[in-house]
Design a binder for this molecule. Structure first.
Ligand code: DAH
Length: 353
């Protein structure tokens, strides 16, 4: 049964606890322990039923006084502790306005895109258009229409990835699918000859794929820029002049070019173009394997057979074509020793360009 003494000692001890609470969380714990559903003072309130009638008024008043005193002490302590906590949190969150700001890194175009755009600009200046072809190509456009039928030895130089389509499933399983990831952008020549009005002056940049293991000079996926001109009276002289101009624009006016006879199935005659080594100036060094020259592209006069396969009369029209590897040109221009460095994503390297 509740007595006045009990209540007064409860009050003393609760007020003492409140006075020594260090933070608002402790205060809340005290409030719950005293005034909560199963709190000590709440228990006394519930017990009122067992207090004898004649003492009810007196004890009831005493319980309410304790409750009021506890609530008042809680409110006062809470106000002062909350203020202290707010001040502490403002102090700890303070921003040091004297610290240097965090710089935003602004991206740049990747070197591969920058070189592609640079070369596209050179040809746009010569009146060419830029076109694109599909990366997933048929055997016909990638090889056949470029004078490399199924048993042609030049195909083994460009092994690629074959695509299994739903219709040609069986053929693909047997390794005979005729849908593949293009090994060269040269197939776009065929699309252009089929689709574009004559005369044709186009370049076609894009990704190509080979079944090569990546090393310093090979990548299984890389970029090429193809060029094709078909017009009346086009000669090897036009080809030489155009590519000589290209090399001087890309590598600088002091660089020399040379045309070396070569073989490609779709051009006749064919050549590879070398540019004089920029490191040794043609003397011979490690970069140019002591030859003084760096190979940069393949080219030639479009084979009459290729023209007629695409419905163009080789008696009336002639043309030239060329194809270059973008990564290779980027590395030669900036003396990068390994193609893979372009793809590593190392910002210290990439930001230089
Ligand atoms: N497609 C050839 C390759 O990937 C490069 C090439 C050579 C393209 C001669 C041409 C060309 O257009 O005329 O090796």
């Amino acid at each position: 049964m509740t007595t006045a003494e009990e209540l007064s000692s409860l009050k003393e001890s609760v007020l003492a606890q409140i006075a020594s609470a260090e933070n608002t969380a402790q205060l809340e714990a005290i409030r719950v322990a005293v005034l909560g559903k199963s709190g000590t003072l709440t228990a006394h309130l519930r017990n009122m039923g067992s207090v004898p009638k004649e003492r009810k008024a007196e004890i009831g008043r005493a319980v309410n006084q304790v409750k009021a005193a506890v609530e008042e002490a809680l409110d006062a302590a809470k106000a002062s502790l909350a203020a202290q906590e707010l001040a502490a949190s403002i102090a700890s969150d303070a921003v040091d306005v004297t610290l240097p700001g965090r710089a935003q890194h602004i991206g740049t175009r990747h070197l591969i895109n920058a070189i592609t755009d640079e070369i596209a600009d050179i040809f746009l200046g010569l009146g060419y258009s830029v076109i694109e072809g599909p990366e997933v190509e048929t055997d016909y456009y990638n090889f056949e229409a470029l004078n490399a039928p199924a048993d042609h030895p030049s195909r083994s130089m460009q092994d690629t990835f074959y695509v299994r389509d739903m219709t040609g499933r069986e053929a693909a399983v047997k390794g005979e699918s005729d849908i593949l990831l293009r090994t060269q952008t040269s197939g776009v020549q065929v699309h252009a000859m089929e689709d574009e009005e004559l005369p044709i002056y186009v370049i076609a940049p894009g990704k190509v794929y080979r079944r090569d293991v990546a090393d310093a000079s090979h990548l299984p996926q890389f970029h090429q820029i193809e060029g094709l001109v078909v017009d009346k009276g086009i000669t090897f002289g036009d080809l030489k002049g155009t590519l000589d101009f290209l090399c001087k624009e890309v590598f600088g006016p002091d660089r020399k070019t040379r045309f070396r006879a070569h073989y490609f199935p779709f051009t006749e005659p064919s050549a590879e173009v070398d540019v004089s080594c920029g490191i040794c100036g043609g003397e011979g060094c490690r970069m140019c394997k002591h030859t003084g020259w760096l190979e940069i592209l393949g080219c030639g006069m479009v084979d009459p057979n290729v023209l007629s396969m695409s419905g163009i009369d080789p008696e009336v029209y002639s043309g030239f074509a060329f194809g270059m590897g973008v990564e290779r040109i980027a590395c030669l221009k900036y003396d990068v020793p390994d193609l893979r460095m372009l793809l590593d994503g190392d910002m210290r390297f990439l930001r230089q360009f």
